[in-house]
Design a protein. Structure first.
Length: 497
């Protein structure tokens, strides 16, 4: 009888206070995959702007800092793991919010396979298994296994994920620091076999190579900061959830700036602009090309830096996509089963495995088309990233619109800054579309329907999102009946209500 009168069990929720500020900061850093990211873009940026590559990396930081400010202030009023989806919905309505959530989810699907592939490739190279890295079947099999393992870690628990990430970031930073120190030492000692250059503060001038070169460089540079907001996607699981996740996001961008500038100065000084420009087409493998030259027999240190970077990002990139899907499902913007939380581990197991499954399928199918098609799909990421970052900046100003004139701080950090960041990202989005419309600018150099493959991929993903949104709106209109939120004035001035 007592059993009959007992209250029904409450549904599981995400585990509150599972990790602290430092853990969130580390996850935000690892989500950007610093070593992999800087290795991927340093050659192409140098090919565009020469010695002013560090200046472009610095200029790329500006819109990221403004958008990080928007994430901080929006998280203060709404600690929702769906971040952009939830905030844009409250500020600008369900249609725009749904598309923002779709963009976040699809970025994870597009990039997880590539990150895992890089982790496997560089890991094999680091331990001398070059033939395995060159074997397509072996590399892809190991990549799929790695995605499944990292997904399992995400499901088992946020605490375990944080511990793994702490180890990986320490290894990555240590490897990069060794590389930077050795490279600069050899530059000043004159023991390089390249046309090395002594670093100069003038390299920080982003306008040194001219406006057109700066524009193209920014298109590459701004997206190496992408991923820091993973810390904010864990807001419901972080201690002091109203402020700590937002601070972790802001500090992530600052630490990334220091990291990128350090590596940028070291690489340009050691190798010189000619070598980097000639090898720009090698993308992330520019570090593999330089590793032996800088480190000699210790080149495995640099290879492991890129491997651990991509490995860490494989795991952390799953987090925003899975948490966003969870947030959308519990607000009835997606099927209800995506909102399931594992009662034992208290993580969104269904959405996490779905993200991994779709990412694996995408990786294998696109690789069957061609390796260039995989690179083209990564290029299409820029459209989705710029879209949801710009949306977040606008949502911040709209959400707080009645409070922007209450203080200079509010006007600059909550209104003007996020709007400037959104404007810059929108401009870069338009430029990306223009560039991608030319098939010659794609990795494959082929034409899909008269356009570049990256733009076609971006259009198809966006169209699929719009179609799915309309279908779900017709089937379940609950989400579209939500009212927009209202700001608590106390939070504008940094007070908890």
């Amino acid at each position: 009888m007592a059993k009959d009168l007992a209250e029904p069990a409450r549904p599981a929720t995400l585990k509150a206070n599972a990790i602290g500020f430092v853990d969130a900061l580390v996850i935000g850093l690892n989500a950007t995959s610093p070593a992999y990211s800087v290795a991927a873009v340093i050659g192409p940026i140098v090919a565009l702007v020469g010695i002013y590559a560090p200046g472009v990396l610095f200029a790329s930081f500006v819109p990221m800092l403004f958008i990080a400010s928007a994430f901080y202030y929006l998280n203060r009023v709404d600690q929702d793991c769906g971040t952009t989806f939830s905030w844009v919905t409250r500020a600008m309505g369900p249609w725009t919010g749904w598309l923002g959530g779709w963009a976040i989810t699809m970025t994870g699907v597009l990039v997880v396979g590539s990150l895992a592939d890089v982790a496997v490739s560089f890991g094999l190279l680091a331990v001398g298994l070059d033939s395995w890295a060159d074997n397509t079947f072996v590399r892809q099999l190991l990549t799929v296994i790695l995605i499944l393992v990292m997904t399992g870690l995400c499901v088992i628990g946020t605490e375990l994920s944080a511990k793994v990430q702490n180890v990986l970031i320490l290894a990555q930073v240590a490897f990069l620091l060794i590389f930077v120190v050795v490279a600069l030492y050899r530059v000043y000692a004159g023991t390089t076999s390249f046309d090395s250059i002594h670093p100069s503060a003038s390299w920080l001038n982003p306008f040194g190579a001219g406006g057109a070169a700066l524009t193209s460089g920014l298109l590459l540079g701004v997206f190496i900061y992408w991923g820091w907001e993973s810390a904010v996607n864990l807001t419901e699981e972080v201690e002091d959830s109203a402020t700590a996740p937002g601070k972790a996001g802001v500090w992530s961008t600052v630490i990334l700036l220091v990291t990128y500038l350090s590596v940028g100065f070291a690489v340009v000084a050691f190798a010189g602009t000619a070598y980097l420009a000639e090898n720009a087409g090698e993308e992330e493998f520019v570090f593999a090309l330089l590793a032996r030259q800088v480190m000699g027999g210790w080149d495995w240190v640099v290879l492991l830096a890129v491997a651990t970077s991509a490995l860490a990002s494989t795991q952390t990139t799953i987090i925003p996509a899975s948490r966003t899907a969870l947030s959308m499902a519990r607000r009835h913007a997606l099927p209800e089963h995506f909102a399931r939380i594992n009662p034992r581990f208290r993580t969104p197991d269904v959405s996490t495995w779905w993200v991994a499954g779709i990412a694996i399928a995408w990786y294998l199918v696109v690789n069957r088309i061609s390796e260039n098609a995989l690179f083209d799909s990564l290029t299409a990421l820029s459209l989705l990233i710029a879209f949801y970052y710009a949306l977040t900046g606008v949502a911040c100003a709209v959400y707080y619109r009645r409070h922007l004139t209450e203080s200079v701080r509010s006007f600059l950090l909550i209104g003007l800054g996020p709007l400037i960041g959104s404007g810059l990202l929108t401009w870069l989005l338009v430029r990306s579309v223009i560039d991608m419309s030319d098939p010659a600018n794609s990795y494959s150099g082929t034409s899909w329907f008269g356009l570049g493959p990256p733009l076609v991929i971006g259009i198809c993903i966006s169209a699929a999102g719009v179609l799915l949104m309309v279908v779900w709106r017709l089937r379940s209109p609950v989400f579209w009946n939500e009212r927009r939120g209202v700001v608590d004035p106390g939070l504008v001035h940094g007070k908890e209500s």
